[in-house]
Design a protein around this ligand. Structure first.
Ligand SMILES: Nc1ncnc2c1ncn2[C@@H]1O[C@H](COP(=O)(O)OP(=O)(O)OP(=O)(O)O)[C@@H](O)[C@H]1O
Length: 615
């Protein structure tokens, strides 16, 4: 197992709330993560300090050797000094290598953890918490923001420590030669340390702009890729290209502003280094003329003075992008600290099976929404029976399904499984009890087998085959080149709409939950596919407690009971025939659906306008 694999396997999940209030973002967050890697960090700082210290010492000694050689020093002394110089160069080379190795070991370990935490954060807040976020923005945080932290862990953090150790030590050596020279250097050195603070407000604004606009470009690109088919069909390629061009222009403007400010910081620092070195030189010359400094010490003192700035310059090189790093850290920690939309702290034992589902006085409003999506819902689905939810679009049908799956918790009321509140069950237990066939089926770019195993890792071939038979996947498997091992393409693009739905039903059957939420597809299928999907759904429902979000009259007729929803409220519950006889809202609803699919009275599909035209 490699180090990174080990990190990935052993990293604990990030607990939202781990950072105290007021230390949620930027540097405090990054230091909290660093605290878990003290030893590697300490060794990296040691190697960095040795690298910089040996560099300054070698340059200073080099100047001394030249001065001594010009003064006609003894050859033996010169060889000894040159030998010492060589030793410093070798130690520095080794320290450079060790520093680069350890600092990157440190940063890549941390990045491996951060990526894991980000993945778990997605997992924790999904799916309820993801509905408000855009895919491109999440991709940006998962890939680019986390990557931006590398510069802090591999360089900035280490050079903050090295710059705090080496220049004061070099200054102390200079002071031991001449207190006046050290004093002449001190204000310039102190000023160089403060350069990043002079422009910090602008640096932070630039960093935020760069990260946010990078995310905006990602959002556009991800939307473009997801919507390529629709964009091509509607001929909107030029519009999308313009949008991406605008987003890219905005990003380039932010990057230019960031680079211009970075250039200003570099120029200011260069000015301070030159002024400090010149001060030492001018004062050194004056002291030498006055006979208060040995002439042989002048050149080494100036070289030492200039070298004292070295670690500060290295640090400033990396703090130029500090705004970007800290904005990236903010985005990462915002995600890591985002609370789960529903807490997973239930410990109740699982209810006995078969399971009765009940909604008791349930009201729910989406985060940030003004009104209730569903209100005062009282419904019971007896064990093993099917309740269909009927209602016009936006009536709240899917919301009830999502509440049963616990994507959100209702603000009022309870949802129970055989009397046990879903909030009291561990999340893993709830997913074992309640299965879901969504309206918009998502299949991974993988084989059909892998897509089925997603629901039940390690499912036996017999179990998979039985689910495929029941969901009527087997008949079309025989037509595919590799059967179960056929790769379905991106989001299942190589399958037809009906085939995708049947794979999704088979997936729910492999999971074999006692409760099912079936969100029936509202998209139209051809009559044959329609019948096959319907047959697969009927088999999936058999023996299970099922909440079916119905869009087709055939589904309504097949249900044991139907709840009619209007604007989030249940207006009536009954069988198809009872509701037809007494509920005008239901009658209107079925009539409007029958116009396009099935006749009110029986199983015959209504002719499509096209078929009608042919007659
Ligand atoms: N993520 C969300 N955030 C805010 N409001 C939402 C969200 N999802 C749904 N809504 C709103 O909640 C209400 C109920 O929506 P829901 O999707 O449950 O209706 P539905 O009956 O399933 O509709 P459809 O048949 O079109 O799927 C609607 O007013 C809808 O706009």
């Amino acid at each position: 197992m490699t180090v990174l694999e080990h990190e990935t396997a052993t990293a604990e999940r990030w607990r939202a709330g781990r950072l105290p209030d007021g230390a949620r973002r930027g540097l405090p967050g990054m230091l909290t993560v660093l605290a878990g890697h003290r030893t590697t960090f300490g060794l990296s700082v040691l190697a960095g300090a040795l690298n910089q210290g040996c560099g300054i010492a070698a340059n200073t000694l080099g100047a001394y050797v030249v001065v001594r050689a010009l003064g006609g020093a003894d050859t033996g002394d010169l060889w000894r000094l040159t030998g010492l110089l060589l030793a410093l160069v070798v130690v520095r080379a080794v320290a450079t290598w060790v520093e680069a190795w350890l600092s990157h070991e440190l940063s890549f370990r941390i990045l491996a953890r951060v990526r894991q935490w980000i993945y778990w954060a997605f997992h924790r807040i999904a799916p309820g918490g993801l509905l408000r976020r855009r895919a491109g923005d999440l991709v940006s945080t998962a890939l680019q923001d986390s990557e931006s932290l590398e510069i802090f862990y591999a360089h900035t953090s280490i050079y903050i420590a090295v710059a705090a150790i080496v220049p004061p030590a070099a200054l102390a050596v200079l002071a031991s030669w001449s207190g006046w020279l050290a004093l002449a250097l001190l204000p310039w050195l102190a000023a160089a340390y403060t350069v990043p603070f002079w422009l910090r407000t602008r640096a932070a604004a630039h960093g935020r702009a760069v990260r946010e606009r990078t995310a905006a470009v990602n959002v556009e690109v991800v939307d473009l890729i997801h919507g390529l088919r629709e964009i091509a069909v509607f001929g909107r390629g030029a519009d999308r290209r313009d949008r991406i061009a605008r987003a890219t222009r905005d990003l380039a403007a932010a990057q230019r502003a960031q680079a211009a400010r970075g250039g200003l910081e570099t120029a200011l620092t260069g000015l301070l280094v030159s002024a400090g070195t010149l001060s030492v030189l001018a004062l050194g010359v004056a002291l030498t003329s006055a006979g208060r400094l040995d002439l042989a010490a002048l050149a080494p003192a100036v070289v030492l003075g200039a070298g004292t700035f070295g670690p500060v310059l290295t640090l400033l090189n990396v703090t130029r992008v500090w705004g970007i790093t800290s904005a990236a850290a903010d985005r990462v920690f915002d995600l890591l600290e985002e609370p789960a939309p529903v807490p997973d702290d239930g410990t109740a034992p699982p209810p006995a099976e078969p399971v009765e589902v009940a909604f008791r006085g349930v009201s729910f409003r989406y985060p940030g929404a003004a009104g209730w999506a569903v209100e005062e819902i009282d419904l019971v689905v007896p064990a093993g029976r099917t309740l269909a939810l009927a209602g016009h679009t936006g009536a709240g049908k899917s919301t009830l399904g999502h509440l049963l799956l616990r994507w959100f918790d209702p603000q009022r009321g309870r949802i129970t499984l055989n009397g046990a509140d879903v909030r009291d069950l561990p999340h893993a237990e709830l997913t074992r009890l309640v299965g879901h066939v969504p309206q918009d089926v998502f299949l991974l770019h993988d084989t059909i087998r892998s897509n089925l195993e997603l629901a039940a890792p390690g499912a036996t071939p017999e179990r998979i085959a039985a689910a495929c038979d029941a969901a009527l996947v087997t008949p079309f498997l025989d037509r595919l080149p590799d059967g179960l091992d056929t790769v379905v393409g991106d989001r299942g693009a190589r399958l037809s709409g009906g085939e995708r739905q049947r794979v999704a039903i088979a997936r729910a059957l492999v999971r074999d939950t006692p409760v099912l939420v079936l969100d029936e597809s509202s998209s139209q299928l051809d009559v044959l596919s329609e019948r096959e999907v319907q047959a697969a759904l009927d088999r999936a429902r058999a023996g299970r407690t099922t909440l079916v979000i119905a869009h087709r009259p055939a589904t309504l007729r097949a249900a044991d009971a139907i709840a009619v929803l209007e604007r989030g409220r249940v207006v009536d519950v009954g069988t198809h025939e009872e509701l037809l006889a007494r509920c005008p809202a239901y009658e209107r609803l079925v009539r409007s659906q029958a116009d396009t699919t099935v006749s009110l009275t029986g199983a015959d599909e209504a002719p499509s306008p096209r078929e009608e035209g042919r007659r």
